[in-house]
Write a protein that binds this ligand. Structure first.
Ligand code: CMP
Length: 140
């Protein structure tokens, strides 16, 4: 069933001019882009995005990293999108991500792991609302 998911291309992806490379992989995997923009996330957006990680040892690093430069949040659609996207991006830690996955091929470190993706349909809804208004999500 066609489903939507939410991803963010992280600051290292933008700085290292890998936006096109990562989007190309997402499109080649069959996803359709419904919303996309280049923004510098506010502290408030970052804290909402990563609220489940509050209190963890890496939380402050996570917030400072995601607000360290421009990012590209996107909403994409595809069959079984949440699961398929997580398979395409690979394990959280690039050292553990398989070759052929986005993080396995391009990831730098567990913090600089190139791309974030929602881990459930509920989190897709929650996370996408932090970055997009309803009118910004196109259907075509
Ligand atoms: P992301 O998919 O953006 O979701 C939460 C992020 O926290 C994750 O990618 C990693 O960048 C980061 N993260 C998860 N676990 C750790 C950890 N043990 N140490 C440092 N960063 C982590």
């Amino acid at each position: 069933m066609a489903e939507k998911t939410f991803v963010i291309l992280k600051p290292e992806t933008v700085k290292n001019r890998l936006i096109g490379e990562v989007i190309s992989r997402i499109e080649k995997a069959g996803f359709k882009i419904l919303a996309m923009k280049l923004i510098w996330a506010s502290g408030e957006q970052a804290e909402k995005l990563y609220e489940v990680h509050k209190g963890k040892s890496f939380y402050s690093e996570l917030i400072s990293h995601i607000t360290s430069g421009p990012i590209v949040p996107m909403i994409v659609e595809g069959e079984d999108a949440v699961n398929k996207m997580r398979m395409l991006i690979g394990a959280t830690n690039p050292k553990e991500a398989k070759p052929g996955t986005i993080r396995g091929d391009l990831g730098i470190s567990i913090t600089m792991n190139i791309i974030h993706a929602a881990d459930s349909p509920e989190n897709f809804l929650r996370e996408s609302k932090i970055f997009f208004g309803e009118k910004e999500v196109l259907s075509y």
